[in-house]
Design a protein around this ligand. Sequence first.
Ligand code: SF4
Length: 320
Amino acid sequence: MSDVLQVEDLRVRYHTLAGPVRAVEGVSFSLKKGERLGLVGESGSGKSTTVLALLRMLKPPARIEAGRVLLDGEDLLQLSEDEMRQARFAKISLIPQGAMNSLNPVMRIKAQLLDTLQYHRQQNGHATRGEMLDHIHYLLESVGLNPAVANMYPHELSGGMKQRVCIAMGISLQPRVILADEPTSALDVVVQRQVMETLGKVQEAIDASLILVGHDMGLMAQFVNTIGVMYAGKLVEVGPVDDMFEEPLHPYTQMLIASLPSLEGKGVFKGIPGITPSLLNPPPGCAFHPRCPKVMDQCRAVVPTLQEVRPGRWVSCLLY
Ligand code: SF4
């Protein structure tokens, strides 16, 4: 399978009065057609910033300092603002965190979906308003909603229904890549499962690739093919989901997986000691060294890089 998306050496900084915050520092990965990549890590590790950078939706003081985002060989970071607006939804789309805040509260669902379709009229091939309304009904049905939802306002919908509307919007133009930023974090577990099933179904139907951002390792284990673990703005481990759970290689991934509650653990929770480092002044050497149980002298001075240590297993750690 060929790569649909290639991210190379992406760097994003927040330019604050206290100095530049290195939110994303040299992130590289690729995504194959139909692949599902899960980006996990603690809050502030750079997951959401990475996703927003791919869409060029970061606002000042954030700035993309370097890197390439190749979608089917075209660098999104080199497109003009107008070309990028055309690419959003049609080539790469976002299903945002917190559907409650992403829908316009004073517009009917129909009008919000129509907005996207009308803007991209050329690409979606629906020339008339009637064709676009038919497509909206089809989209709502495909995410498990009654087409009558089109005439409703967001406040008339439950959290799960609003998230389904956001999924419908995200797939409305059959993008090549869907970015889902914690799409179910505000939902209860039953609705969460249903919404994820819907997302998986529609992603497969349009044969898109998907990046899922989240904290929930259980959800990742069930949903994605590949996991990328982020720490302090960098990818520290990437590999197939089953291998990562069976034998995590990076000490941080090992601790993340060990912190998952288990039936055998009988209520004993293992946290990861320490706090995430300041990205204003990250620790020298490996950023994880102040918290790492396997720290060596060289870890305090040498910055590890992401290396393929086994076929398909990439780790950034001086142990390998
Ligand atoms: Fe731990 Fe050193 Fe590996 Fe960093 S490089 S994760 S400090 S062993």
